[in-house]
Design a protein. Structure first.
Length: 425
């Protein structure tokens, strides 16, 4: 009896304590202790709350997703061009739109300009890029809107909603003609092979005589159509080629690779005719193949009548087209190996005659990054040069046509290479 009475007394006391316990305390105790059983009729509290309870109105706060449309993501323009865009922001509500540029050195985005949207739900915002966009050839930008709170007009401390942040995808700007290079040549161009962009132009599509830079296309056609180990028979026409270099004997035989190397390294005209006859059957047939290939590459002002570039009023090209041809040619290791050599020795197939050819590329081995090129000269064409340049992981092609002296074509090329080193980072 005494044990039963004792148990009843304990139960009575516990029930009384439960009934008298303050309702709010049960929540606090639950939250602090992380007890797995909430108060009666309550939803379980998330473990991550750790005793935190939202303000009375916070459960009703909604986040509106920010949308921005109409963003132009690619620009290419000359220095001094005013770059603008008109974007649409929703919700706008007077928010600040930030125009940011990526700083490669700091590895972070920096705000370069700010623009205000209208007070309406949806607003158009006019964007104008600051002059910093043409400090370098390539730059990345973005549109950014930070997250913002919406507060009650009567009670500013009460948050009634949220506007999400917004980050656009990268806006890529290519700046061209950043500096006037004052080149001597009649036509010139700088191309980035990796992007296919023309970064600097001077009468780039003007029809000009192009002399021995022609041999870039001759090499493309030969490499694409014949094995370099095939044999070339020297014809009477080859031995009578004007301004010949090798003075090969009629009926002698050579490997096509050696003829190609001689054509590209020392600009041998007789080797060019030998290549043309082997690949195209004749000079005329080979010229047809050259013109067909030039057209397929997108050349706009090019026509060939021979494989070497000796003067003809019907034989011409332009700086732009030669950059396209060179871009194709450097895809082939045979071409790259040839134009990278300062000299080259070979023999006829019977090994009875020896030949040595040397490059006319004055920058090869003397200007760091220059990995090849092709010279050219005739009286009407002037001095010409196409260079292949490696810099900071990218490949560039420069072309200059029509300089009055050989030294001026090298000056033009060096100025273009300096332009790349200064602005193409």
């Amino acid at each position: 009896m005494k044990k039963t009475a004792g148990r009843n007394l304990i139960i009575f006391i516990l029930c009384t304590l439960v009934l008298l316990w303050p309702a709010g305390t049960a929540k606090t105790a639950y939250g602090e202790t992380g007890d797995s059983f909430p108060a009666e009729n309550e939803e379980p509290f998330p473990t991550e709350t750790r005793g935190y309870f939202p303000a009375d109105n916070e459960a009703d706060v909604l986040t509106q997703q920010t949308e921005v449309t109409g963003i132009t993501t690619i620009y290419k323009a000359k220095k001094g061009t005013i770059l603008t865009d008109v974007i649409t922001v929703s919700p706008a509500l007077g928010r600040t739109v930030e125009l940011q540029r990526y700083d490669k050195i700091l590895a972070q985005w920096q705000t370069m300009a700010e623009f205000s949207s209208g007070d309406t739900q949806t607003s158009q915002v006019a964007i104008t890029y600051p002059p910093e966009w043409y400090e370098k050839t390539w730059s990345q930008w973005r549109i950014y809107l930070p997250e913002e709170e919406i507060t009650d007009p009567d009670e500013p401390e009460v948050v009634t909603g949220m506007l999400s942040s917004f980050e656009s995808s990268a806006i890529n700007i290519t700046a061209t003609q950043i500096k006037d290079l004052s080149l001597y040549g009649k036509g010139a161009v700088i191309m980035c092979v990796d992007t296919g962009e023309m970064l600097y132009e001077k009468y780039a599509k003007k029809k000009l005589y192009n002399a021995s830079t022609t041999k870039i296309m001759s090499a493309i056609v030969a490499i694409e159509r014949k094995s370099m180990s095939s044999r070339v028979r020297i014809s009477k026409k080859v031995t009578r080629t004007p301004y010949r270099e090798l003075f090969m004997k009629r009926k002698d035989r050579f490997y096509l690779r050696d003829m190609l190397y001689a054509m590209l390294i020392t600009s041998s005209n007789d080797a060019s005719v030998a290549v043309a006859e082997k690949v195209g059957g004749s000079v005329k047939g080979f010229a047809k193949l050259m013109n067909k290939r030039a057209k397929s590459l997108g050349c706009v002002k090019t026509h060939f009548v021979n494989p070497h570039g000796l003067h003809s009023q019907k034989h011409y090209s332009c700086a732009y087209d030669l950059a396209l041809m060179t871009k194709q040619a450097i895809k082939y290791s045979t071409f790259l190996k040839a134009v990278a050599k300062k000299s080259y020795k070979f023999k006829n197939t019977k090994k009875t005659r020896k030949y040595t050819v040397r490059t006319g590329n004055s920058l090869l081995g003397k200007y760091q990054g220059v990995i090849g090129g092709k010279t050219g000269y005739t009286g009407p064409a002037g001095y010409c040069f196409v260079s292949i340049f490696k810099y900071q992981g990218k490949t560039y092609i420069t072309v200059t046509l029509g300089s009055k002296t050989g030294s001026k074509r090298w000056t033009d090329t060096k100025r273009m290479l300096s332009y790349i080193k200064t602005y193409c980072k």
